[in-house]
Design a protein around this ligand. Structure first.
Ligand SMILES: NC(=O)NCCC(=O)O
Length: 379
């Protein structure tokens, strides 16, 4: 399984395919070609100084007579954890705050309106260890924890909606832990929070003893820049999870994740992109980078957890998508979206009209009953 030395699928294709083949391969793999965004030179200089990759692409929509374009710039951030996992908890969190602040400043130069960080961004990916301390110490209040207060400042200073996925401790309700994304308005106010609905129980991604299955349903947040929702990591394998955010009106669904090559790299380019197509919306898939360095782990086997392959990307309702960020480097992906594309594609393919949700609602209501007998026709 490739580690950091294999930079990206895109780089490999560009290196080895002759131009005419490359164009056809890209057409099939990525949909229509996207225009590269003309991002400010200072942004590239700052990104290079801070040692992270910066890419930008634009998704266009057709001009309409009655509606003006609804342009929004989204920013996706992928990063390593800067300090080793045995550094003091507060120092690790501060180092991550500093790293993210530097990336958000570049996002602001690029005119980003909504930014989303990776899953549980304030901590190393430690759920594989089965240990509680010190990892549960990374949990914070979604409403007024230090990370939320930090993000509120970023949001207000940069007039930017911030989606901040954290490990949440809900002290008002029995100190229960949740895997939560806090949505902070560009005014700096906490707009609300949403919780991860599906918890992985696959290999070392066994996170069920750390936090509970989300109990907040599928909220959609009306921001100044469009309606957004957050389908956290393992939720991307569940088409109904995407569907419910879309049914509630999401135009952009963020998918902050933490996943490794051996498990999911071949699914990664398909799932969020397919969700964008199936639900007539934009999806933003974000993965962290690097190896998990939780060497405090007492289980030897879990010390070599695998490689987080980055490759964050944005997909559009017409099936087009951006190239992925690198597999090995911290990065900021900026995408300019015209949200009018959602309705335009809906009017062409009209999956919302042909979806037959009433039929599935009826059939699913029966199928979940303990005495349900599947309809299998036999000779
Ligand atoms: N964090 C998390 O849910 N990871 C599960 C692995 C995957 O969904 O690919």
């Amino acid at each position: 399984m490739a580690d950091a030395e294999w930079k990206s699928l895109e780089e490999c294709l560009e290196k080895h395919l002759p131009l005419p083949d490359l164009q056809e391969v890209k057409r099939v793999l990525y949909g229509k070609e996207l225009r590269k965004l003309d991002l400010p030179r200072e942004a590239f200089e700052a990104a290079s100084r801070e040692d992270f990759e910066l890419q930008g692409y634009a998704f266009e929509a057709a001009e309409e007579q009655l509606r003006r374009p609804r342009i929004v710039h989204v920013g996706l951030v992928q990063n390593r954890t800067p300090l080793p996992a045995d550094a003091p908890v507060a120092e690790q969190v501060s180092a991550l705050h500093r790293r993210i602040k530097a990336i958000v400043e570049v996002a602001a130069m690029c005119g980003v309106n909504i930014i989303c960080f990776q899953e549980a961004w304030t901590m190393p990916f430690a759920f594989c260890t089965r240990e509680k301390l010190p990892w549960t110490e990374f949990a914070e209040s979604a409403e007024d924890g230090p990370t939320t207060r930090f993000c509120q400042k970023l949001a207000k200073n940069h007039d930017m909606v911030v989606v901040s996925p954290i490990l949440e401790r809900d002290s008002e309700h029995g100190d229960v832990l949740w895997n939560t994304a806090v949505v902070i308005s560009n005014s700096g106010a906490v707009l609300g929070k949403t919780r991860k609905n599906h918890i992985p129980r696959v290999g070392d991604f066994n996170e069920s003893t750390y936090y509970m299955e989300g109990n907040l349903g599928h909220p959609v947040f009306q921001t100044q820049f469009g309606r957004i929702s957050v389908n956290i990591c393992y939720g991307r394998h569940h088409p109904l999870n995407w569907l419910m955010y879309s049914i509630n009106g999401a135009e952009i669904i963020f998918n902050p994740s933490a996943t490794i090559g051996a498990l999911s790299e071949s699914l990664w380019p398909i799932e969020a992109r397919n969700a964008a197509i199936a639900n007539h919306c934009f999806t933003c898939a974000i993965n962290r980078v690097g190896t998990v360095n939780v060497f405090l782990c007492s289980f030897k086997a879990h010390q070599d957890f695998g490689y987080f392959y980055g490759s964050s990307y944005v997909a559009a309702p017409d099936g087009s998508r951006t190239p992925g960020l690198s597999r090995s480097q911290d990065g900021l992906l900026v995408a300019k979206l015209d949200l009018n594309l959602c309705q335009q594609v809906n009017d062409v393919w009209n999956f919302k009209m042909t979806g037959r949700y009433e039929m599935y609602a009826r059939e699913l209501a029966e199928a979940v009953k303990p005495n349900y007998r599947p309809t299998i026709v036999k000779e």
